[in-house]
Design a protein around this ligand. Structure first.
Ligand code: PMT
Length: 397
């Protein structure tokens, strides 16, 4: 996802410096070329060799070490970069930059760069709460610098409170958000994800193996690309995607209600949820006892997507088709039956596709019947191509 991107990673002197090693790993795994700049204090916590080995690039620790021919070190690094992330950012570094002090390589670099700068602060709770630090942060924010909120928890000094470095995953997501084109700005996309559960009795239910991964990836990537996102989620063990608060529901009828409650201003609906088509006709009030053979009577759930298709009000509707046979024919029928603009067909019997796994294999079928085939890809990449496709169709391409 970050292939071809040049990222500068600034590391300042705090115990959370070890976590920036993990951030570096994630950035390079995503394909970014990372140059690390450490303050002298940071080198007391983690050796530069660790960052050098993992980034494959020399680590800058010294103001006067990077002169290459006629290039001035900090300017040439700053010119090549797409983004500078400082993690951890100490109160000292934040204070220096907020007040125009450039007395080491990193603070000089911040002054010399025109690219987005993201601070991920980490410090003692009382330092974080101090009016001086907060005023410095407010000043930097007002100048267009970006900040992660530190997390709450037990700090290295034993105090419990706010001040821990934000999760590496959250920093990575923020980095991606700052690097992505906001081509979906102005869109409000409602994504559904996960299974529904239909109760047989207080402890048993009818459900399916949907993990929510496909829908959560769509919501994450759509937000990254600038869309306002509403994520309606059935029961899922996944953590909520960064910066999104899912609207949780359990049954198909609850999901239908949650969608209708959040439809205001929605321009596109993407139904990746695996909604149960049937529910037990007479759920028991108490646990059903083991009494030999049982017959279960089911009644149909509402077809949520078909309902939305009957009353589109200008919304672009994307369905999924989870099939085990006659993939194309069944998916085409669903486009008609549910009045969709496009459908994402996945053969859920194929290895590496469908429920639970981290990958999917899809075909996108447009309303006019055109089929676009894709190879097996991560669900995040699948989300990218689905959003590319719908953006192109909405633009009339
Ligand atoms: O969550 P994961 O583990 O990542 O798995 C992803 C997935 C396999 C669940 C996803 O890729 C997928 O295929 N989702 C749709 C599953 C499904 O219910 O397909 P369907 O062919 O039965 O339904 C067609 C469409 O109608 C779907 O968009 C579905 O959300 C919608 N539907 C279905 C039944 C119903 N009562 N109401 C609906 O709105």
């Amino acid at each position: 996802m970050l292939k071809g991107k040049e990222v500068l990673l600034g590391v300042t002197g705090g115990i959370a410096a070890y976590k920036s090693v993990l951030l570096l790993r994630e950035l390079t795994k995503e394909g970014a070329n990372v140059n690390v700049i450490m303050t002298r204090n940071a080198t007391e916590f983690v050796g530069p060799l660790t960052f050098q080995t993992l980034s494959g690039n020399p680590v800058t620790t010294d103001m006067f070490s990077l002169f290459k021919g006629a290039e001035i070190g900090h300017v040439s690094l700053a010119d090549r970069a797409d983004l500078l992330v400082i993690a951890p950012a100490t109160a000292n570094m934040i204070g220096k930059i907020a007040n125009g002090i450039a007395d080491d390589f990193l603070s000089t670099m911040v002054m010399a760069t025109h690219v987005p700068v993201l601070f991920a602060p980490a410090m003692n709770t009382r330092m974080w709460d101090s009016p001086v630090v907060q005023a410095n942060i407010a000043r930097l924010r007002s100048m267009g610098y970006h900040f992660m909120e530190p997390a709450e928890g037990e700090l290295a000094c034993g105090v419990v409170g706010r001040g821990k470095l934000a999760d590496v995953e959250e920093i990575l997501e923020e980095v991606k958000g700052l690097l992505y084109d906001k081509d979906l700005a102005g869109e409000k996309i409602l994504v559904t994800a996960g299974p529904t559960e239909e109760h047989l009795d207080p402890i048993r239910c009818l459900s399916n193996r949907s993990s929510g991964k496909m829908g959560y990836s769509l919501a994450t990537v759509a937000r990254r690309r600038g869309a306002e996102v509403v994520l309606v989620s059935g029961p899922s063990c996944l953590p909520p995607p960064c910066a999104l608060a899912p609207v949780y529901c359990t049954t198909a009828r609850e999901m239908e209600q949650a969608i209708h409650d959040h439809l205001d201003g929605v321009t596109t609906v993407i139904m990746a949820a695996a909604v149960a088509d049937f529910r037990p006709a007479d759920p028991a009030a108490g646990k059903i006892k083991r009494t030999g053979r049982q017959t279960l009577e089911l009644e149909p759930n509402p077809d949520i997507l078909a309902g939305l298709g009957q009353n589109k009000e200008g919304r672009f509707l994307v369905g999924f088709a989870a099939e085990t046979d006659d993939l194309i024919a069944n998916a085409r029928l669903k486009i008609e039956k549910k009045n969709l603009d496009m459908i994402v067909a996945n053969d859920v019997a194929a290895a590496g596709a469908g429920f639970c796994c981290d990958t999917n294999i899809i075909k996108i079928i447009d309303r006019d019947g055109t089929i676009t085939d894709f190879p097996m890809m991560s669900k995040e990449k699948v989300a990218e191509v689905i959003l590319d496709h719908l953006a192109a169709r909405k633009a009339g391409k």
